[in-house]
Write a protein that binds this ligand. Structure first.
Ligand code: SRM
Ligand code: SF4
Length: 574
């Protein structure tokens, strides 16, 4: 008989940080108060992510500062918690002013429907968080190993169902918040109550989750939140004009590492159908199953998608079933057809209007001839409805009366922004991640190069007569997949300066991953390579066939898998 025993793998360093942190306090307060450096310790950096803060440095300045023997240009990125991307005009105005006062002046709309500030110096962190707090905004759990910003379809005013789904998303976002008062103590100067009850985290426990966890809600036929990329998804099932409940999806996720076949994007599995009033109960069951079984030894293998990939969806369903008080039902039929943002003016059933405004890469700033930040602030000053940030980094101005509609049109016209939506189908659908200079993980440019990349492709699309066709192009500076490039018909994934892996053939509606077409290519070579393909598509496509479908059918070799492990799923419609 063998006496050999396997040594358990050591826990990832973050697990030690979490357990020693006294519920996410650690040494953050002292590190923030230390004026001898703009940086904080690695442990504090990992912990402050749970409070929506990331320590970064301006990568454009690294070499110069190094030569001058100076410290890197450290500054925080802060991500706001904003379920379903809904913000009031008052909140917009305050965020706009805070960007000018205590951060880099631009505001960045993210692919998960929220705002990011960049360039927040250590000494300004508390000012920013206190300013946000005045308008009931926070950044709790916007990052970190917890349930992150919950996504939901924008434009709730259009129907009772949209409103209900938004409320379910907002309730789940609140329900899944960590209970620790660390954020309030560190940034809002809340006093410690001496001799108070010991703090407990009933859902998370003392070490929270093994890794980030993301939830989205979708209402077919629009898959605007890319539901199959979420750890946990709720697909609204509408029967006889009423919300009957949700199909629950689990185990989606996109991040991977180049050259590491153990990591891969994965589309979610269907778990089953649940009544609408069971969202929180099922969410807690999914989250605690991942809490208990997720891999805490290897952060590259710690997302829910790997737990499910390794143990199987049947096992996972059984675990969730054991943790809930009712029977999961089989998933009900649904059909996604689109992901499109509704641009321009639309009238709602209650007589109000909403306006979808395209904002390339979600970057809101003032530049010569393009004063987007000023225009949106002026709109916020007169607007009486809401703003809804969309999963495609755009904004919807909703709940607009006929009178205000004219005023908003006048503001856009005054600043020369009336035609922001008159762009090519490619531009209106394009997404990019932030990448350089703030993202510490970027291997190549993304947001900064997107306009010129689009220009190159637009020339070819014009020649092919495809200017108005909705084709999705998404680019990231590294394989983490922050703008969901593996669900794009044309996906560029940064590998090295100027070099990208090129993926083709996802389904436009987000139900099929794309596949690797070229492991490393420059943008100019990609334009040359794709030119004849785009021209063939224009001539040979079937009725209604998307560019991704055409590439999948005609261009990609039949053995071109997405990845050695990830298997593209043909369709997820039940
Ligand atoms: Fe992301 C890390 C930006 C959506 C997968 N992401 C980062 C960091 C924080 C870099 C870092 O860890 O140092 C980036 C900050 C850049 C900067 O300077 O602002 C960053 N991610 C973003 C945003 C701002 C991209 C954007 O242009 O909009 C998005 C913010 C969303 C939000 O509001 O919460 C953003 N990130 C995503 C998405 C898309 C989504 O969630 O719908 C993904 C892919 C889906 C997924 O999670 O699987 C994504 N980000 C990652 C990963 C890879 C995770 C993984 O499982 O491997 C990382 C790296 C990590 O976690 O180690 C990452
Ligand atoms: Fe940074 Fe990579 Fe995310 Fe882009 S995809 S923001 S480069 S982590």
């Amino acid at each position: 008989m063998s006496t050999e025993t396997t040594t358990p793998k050591p826990l990832a360093a973050n697990e030690t940080y979490k357990i020693n942190s006294h519920h996410l306090r650690g040494n953050i307060a002292a590190d923030l108060a230390d004026t001898s450096t703009g940086n904080i310790s690695e442990e504090s950096n990992q912990l402050s992510k749970f409070h929506g803060l990331y320590m970064q440095d301006d990568r454009d300045l690294r070499n110069t500062l190094k030569k001058e023997g100076k410290e890197k240009a450290f500054a925080f990125m802060l991500r706001v918690r904003l379920a379903g991307g809904k913000a009031t005009p008052k909140q917009w105005i305050v965020l706009d002013k805070l960007a000018d006062a205590v951060a880099s002046p631009s505001l960045r709309l993210t692919t998960r429907q929220t705002f990011q500030f960049h360039g927040v110096l250590k000494g300004n962190v508390k000012k920013l968080i206190k300013g946000m707090n005045q308008v009931l905004l926070d950044s709790i759990a916007a990052c970190g190993d917890v349930n992150r910003n919950v996504m939901a379809p924008p434009n709730p005013e259009r129907s009772e169902i949209l409103q209900q789904v938004y409320e379910d998303a907002a309730n789940w976002s609140n329900y899944a918040l960590p209970k620790t008062r660390a954020y309030h103590e560190i940034y809002l100067d809340e006093e410690l109550v001496a001799g108070g009850e010991p703090e407990v985290e009933p859902m998370y426990g003392d070490t929270y989750l093994p890794r980030k966890f993301k939830t989205g809600f979708a209402i077919p036929p629009s898959n605007d939140v890319d539901i199959f990329s979420q750890d946990l998804g709720y697909i609204a099932i509408v029967e006889n004009g009423k919300l009957a409940g949700y199909n629950v999806t689990v185990g989606g996720g996109l991040g991977m590492s180049h050259g590491n076949a153990e990591t891969f994007p994965r589309l979610a599995d269907l778990l089953g159908f649940i009544p609408a009033d069971k969202v929180n109960e099922v969410g807690a069951a999914v989250l605690t199953t991942q809490r208990d079984f997720g891999d805490r030894t290897n952060r590259k293998h710690a997302r829910l998608k790997y737990t499910i990939q390794d143990r199987g969806i049947e096992w996972f369903r059984g675990e969730v079933q054991n943790r809930i008080s009712f029977q999961l039902e089989p998933a009900r039929p649904f059909n996604f057809t689109t992901i499109e943002d509704p641009f321009g003016w639309h009238e709602c059933s209650d007589g109000t209007w909403f306006y979808g405004l395209h904002i390339l890469s979600g970057r809101i700033k003032d530049v010569q001839g393009w004063p987007m930040k000023t225009a949106l602030r002026e709109i916020a000053e007169i607007h009486e409805g809401d703003f809804r940030l969309t999963p495609s980094q755009n904004v919807t101005i909703s709940g607009v009366t006929a009178e205000k509609k004219a005023e908003i049109e006048a503001i856009l016209a005054k600043h020369g922004l009336s035609h922001e939506n008159d762009r090519s189908g490619l531009r209106l659908n394009a997404l990019s991640c932030v990448a350089l200079p703030t993202c510490g993980l970027a291997l190549a440019e993304s947001e900064r190069d997107l306009p010129s990349i689009l220009g190159k492709f637009e020339n070819i699309l014009d020649e092919a007569g495809l200017r108005d066709d909705a084709i999705s192009l998404r680019i990231t500076g590294c394989p983490n997949g922050c703008c969901r490039p593996y669900l794009a018909e044309i996906g560029f994934v940064g590998k090295a300066p100027g070099k990208y892996a090129l993926y083709l053939g996802a389904k436009y509606n987000g139900t099929r991953l794309n596949r690797l077409f070229s492991p490393s290519i420059t943008i100019d070579d990609a334009v040359s390579t794709l030119t004849p393909i785009i021209k063939r598509y224009a001539k040979e496509r079937n009725e209604g066939e998307g560019f991704g479908d055409f590439c999948d059918r005609e261009i990609l070799p039949s053995d071109a898998t997405f990845h050695s492990i990830g298997t593209p799923k043909a369709s997820l419609t039940a």
